[in-house]
Ligand binder design. Structure first.
Ligand code: ADP
Ligand code: MG
Length: 215
């Protein structure tokens, strides 16, 4: 299977579709403990990426991630915009000059997660997108260390992302807008964790379609 940025148009479309399909639900989540703009913020970024999809498809991964990061940073807005931007720009830096493999992808993804932690001064358990990103990064590292095949990793990732998203329900928000509500955030899933889970599952779906297709 050839995992090149030529896949990006299909991946961006899949993300666009899943976010559109779940937009009302995510807005309800963000209205409960945030200001309700999360989906609109994210969709602004996705629309900009769709416009650039053809160009992104012709780049190498580090350049593609850099461009995605810059676009997210300048279009999404909100707390999430700079975090998405930071994530992809760190991935770009970490993957520069590296051949694409599960191990190098796991490392680049982890560097992306580390940069989100630093930028947002947040960690696991604070009811944010990090509660999906951190377990997914751990899962990628573990799979690479165990020499798992790509289809095996792809089969495991959605469950990990969904469990991470679900885990935010019982957490008390200590970062971002939701932290103003403290205890009252308990019982609500974090909107940014939900969209992160949806996006990761959409990427996995596209890659699974690829691995099912004849080489
Ligand atoms: P805003 O909160 O500025 O309106 P959005 O609604 O676009 O921005 O995004 C909110 C999401 O961003 C939250 O649901 C949460 O997942 C994520 N988030 C907020 N602050 C942080 C942080 N410090 N670290 C990680 N993620 C954060
Ligand atoms: Mg918001």
């Amino acid at each position: 299977m050839n995992l090149t940025p030529a896949l990006l148009p299909e991946i961006i479309d899949a993300i666009d579709n899943v976010i559109e399909k779940n937009a009302d639900q995510v807005t309800e989540l963000d209205q409960a403990i945030g200001d309700g703009d999360h989906v609109t913020n994210l969709q602004r970024g996705i629309a900009a990426l769709k416009d650039q999809a053809g160009e992104l498809a012709g780049l190498e991964w580090p350049a593609a991630w850099q461009k995605i990061g810059m676009t997210m940073m300048s279009t999404v807005g909100g707390a999430s915009g700079s975090l998405y931007g930071t994530f992809f720009i760190a991935m770009s830096k970490a993957s520069a000059g590296q051949p694409m493999s599960l191990a190098t992808f796991a490392e680049a993804f982890s560097q992306g997660v580390e940069s989100v932690k630093k930028r947002g001064r947040a960690d696991a358990g604070e009811k944010t997108m990090l509660d999906v990103l951190i377990p997914v990064a751990d899962c990628l590292h573990k799979a690479a260390a165990e020499g798992a095949s790509l289809p095996e990793v792809l089969q495991t990732l959605p469950g990990v992302a969904i469990a991470g998203m679900e885990s935010t329900r019982d957490m008390i928000a200590t970062k971002g807008r939701a932290s103003f509500l403290g205890e009252r955030t308990k019982g609500h899933i974090d909107a940014g964790a939900k969209t992160m889970q949806l996006m990761i599952c959409a990427v996995v779906g596209v890659l699974q379609g690829q691995s099912a297709a004849p080489a």
